[in-house]
Design a protein around this ligand. Structure first.
Ligand code: DX5
Length: 237
């Protein structure tokens, strides 16, 4: 029997106290998180501005063992993704809605030796990602309208998560199914039960004291929900 798939919590630094970034990263690592997300926003694709390549450089310098995913909420991922790769990002996640040829972009970025994710906004149907599932390392379903931390989880995204999980299982693909936005103790269980095995959390990790404990609690909830789903489905991911 294949080993059960491990769910992961990926803290988003958008909600971290940047005045105490070294401590925040130490807390993340002490909780066993292997990766953080840096939310890159250009003020066009989303109505906010956040983080550039130099911030990724700083995070990698402070915590070289932490993987950093640059989540590109930008209109021009073809142009900007290389900047974040050169800054040391271990993976880049671009938006399907912003890529002129998502498959070609994914291949080009993978050829540069980084992991690649493709994300869809709430209004974009799962069908947009289906042709790409074999070409990327992460399929990201936004569970909030992207642009800000602390928004409310959109439960209407659960069928989309479930349909992508079915597609990944049917094709036997190892691609992560990730959600981002509004993840807390309640919604982590919903998302993992629907089939998400990677959960990005900002406010749910940094929005209340003890980020390390918050990560541990979210992970326990999500892993139990994910395993429970598999028992129901008779699968072992
Ligand atoms: C932009 C960002 C946020 C962030 C997580 O929307 O992608 O989703 O990472 O935000 P929380 O977990 O605070 O909703």
């Amino acid at each position: 029997m294949a080993p059960a798939r491990r769910v992961q919590i990926v803290p988003s630094l958008l909600s971290a106290d940047l005045a105490r970034l070294p401590e925040a990263l130490k807390q993340v690592q002490s909780a066993g998180a292997a990766e953080v997300t840096v939310d890159v926003m250009d003020g066009h694709f989303v109505a906010n501005l956040a983080f550039g390549p130099d911030f990724v450089r700083t995070v990698k310098r402070l915590a070289p063992d932490l993987r950093v995913d640059a989540h590109l909420m930008v209109t021009n991922p073809e142009t900007t993704a290389p900047w974040f790769i050169e800054a040391g990002a271990d993976s880049v996640t671009f938006h399907w809605e912003a890529a002129s040829d998502a498959r070609a972009l994914a291949r080009r970025l993978r050829a540069r030796g980084v992991a690649v994710g493709v994300a869809i906004k709430p209004a974009t149907a799962a069908e947009g990602l289906l042709p790409l599932l074999g070409e990327v390392d992460t399929a990201l379903v936004m569970t909030v309208e992207p642009g800000f931390g602390g928004a409310r989880f959109l439960e209407g995204m659960l069928p989309k998560i479930a349909s992508l999980r079915r597609a990944l299982d049917e094709r036997g693909l190892a691609c992560r199914l990730q959600v981002d936005g509004g993840v807390n103790g309640d919604t982590a269980a919903l998302a993992a039960s629907a089939g998400a095995d990677s959960l990005v959390a900002g406010a749910g990790v940094f929005g209340k004291p003890d980020a390390a404990e918050n990560i541990r609690v979210l992970l326990q909830i999500a892993q139990a929900a994910f395993d429970g789903r598999n028992k129901q489905e008779g699968t072992c991911l």
